[in-house]
Design a protein around this ligand. Sequence first.
Ligand SMILES: NC(=O)c1ccc[n+]([C@@H]2O[C@H](COP(=O)([O-])OP(=O)(O)OC[C@H]3O[C@@H](n4cnc5c(N)ncnc54)[C@H](OP(=O)(O)O)[C@@H]3O)[C@@H](O)[C@H]2O)c1
Length: 374
Amino acid sequence: MKLRRILKWSARVILLALVLAFLVGFIAYWKSTNDCDRKTALVSPMKAIVYCEYGSPEVLKFEDVEKPVPNDDQVLIKVRAASLNFIDPGLMRGPWPLRLMSGLRKPEKTMLGNDLAGQVEAVGKNVTLFKVGDEVFGVGRPTLAQYACTRERGLVIKPANVTFEQAGCVAWAGFTALQGLRQGNIRPGQKVLINGATGGVGTFAVQIAKSFGADVTAVCSTGKVDLVRSIGADHVIDYTKEDFTKGDQRYDVIFDNVNNHSFSDRRRVLAPNGICIIAGIGGAGLHPEAWGRIAGIFKAGLLARFVPQKFVRYGTKLDKEDLKLLSDLMQTGKMTPVIDRTYKLSETAEAMRYFEEGHARGKVVIAVEQGNEL
Ligand SMILES: NC(=O)c1ccc[n+]([C@@H]2O[C@H](COP(=O)([O-])OP(=O)(O)OC[C@H]3O[C@@H](n4cnc5c(N)ncnc54)[C@H](OP(=O)(O)O)[C@@H]3O)[C@@H](O)[C@H]2O)c1
């Protein structure tokens, strides 16, 4: 009798909690909005890419918005180039898990872009490292615009031997490659395999691994064999003809940008104390294989607890010292950004369509038109 009463009340409490959760979610969903609904007259307009709704690249509009004003700690950059990164299609399309942070019904932040190169236009009063006119590159947010504000720690001076387009696509893809490879403690002569060697991250990873003195094997599709050889790969495996996990070679480090092989298959080609660095899921956005590959990342993390080889995940982060290192690699000619296509800011929707296909040859760059170039 008592048990029945407990069960009855438990069911009521659970039902009430579910109804409350539904109501809170419903209200939060409909209250979720953005500044597109509050259009005011612009004091100092600039062109930028704006998206007011989640969706396919058609939601990206080339519009006038207010030019940003730097605070005391910020640098205002006249953007000359930026690039598309893995996160941009995700923010644009708004898959549900991401919407918990980016806005349930509509994107809370309506502009995109995370890396940039350009000229310093103005500096806040606490800025000491940069002055007006300096040519810089690094990170900022949002950067798919004529002007962007960022902090000093997100910038370094652009080497003279690279163009704005080259420098503008380095930061996040370069960090992802550098910070991932660093987990492998690569020593000269070690065998490093890079799965997914020809996209934005992969083309940096090949060159950075070479700069560490590694013997690099690049995995790519048939049409990109020449590309990976041209950036220094010592060996190439065409994944349409050969599965690298079925070969006899053992690798000290696998930098896995695709994560499309099982834990045991990759383990088989890792040296006894080898390390597999899980960097990505092969291409931008949430393509059909993405969820399975994400699940595979967690599975590998769990299974790796029981074997001598390591499978590591990491989060890409802004690091000024790493930005300086990437700059030095370009200055000394050890790393040259590979640009597949360059689009104008006004053509960003078209650029995104291409990037989402997930088979770019290097980076997809957005060159930002200024003044009379518009
Ligand atoms: N960019 C960033 O800032 C960033 C930050 C954090 C994490 N990531 C991760 O890095 C990954 C790559 O990003 P990205 O910007 O370099 O993307 P991307 O430019 O679209 O490159 C995707 C790469 O995946 C390769 N690929 C696709 N299917 C493959 C397969 N079956 N076997 C081998 N290679 C395959 C493509 O080569 P083919 O064309 O030859 O197939 C291409 O090299 C993303 O999935 C993401 O998870 C990126």
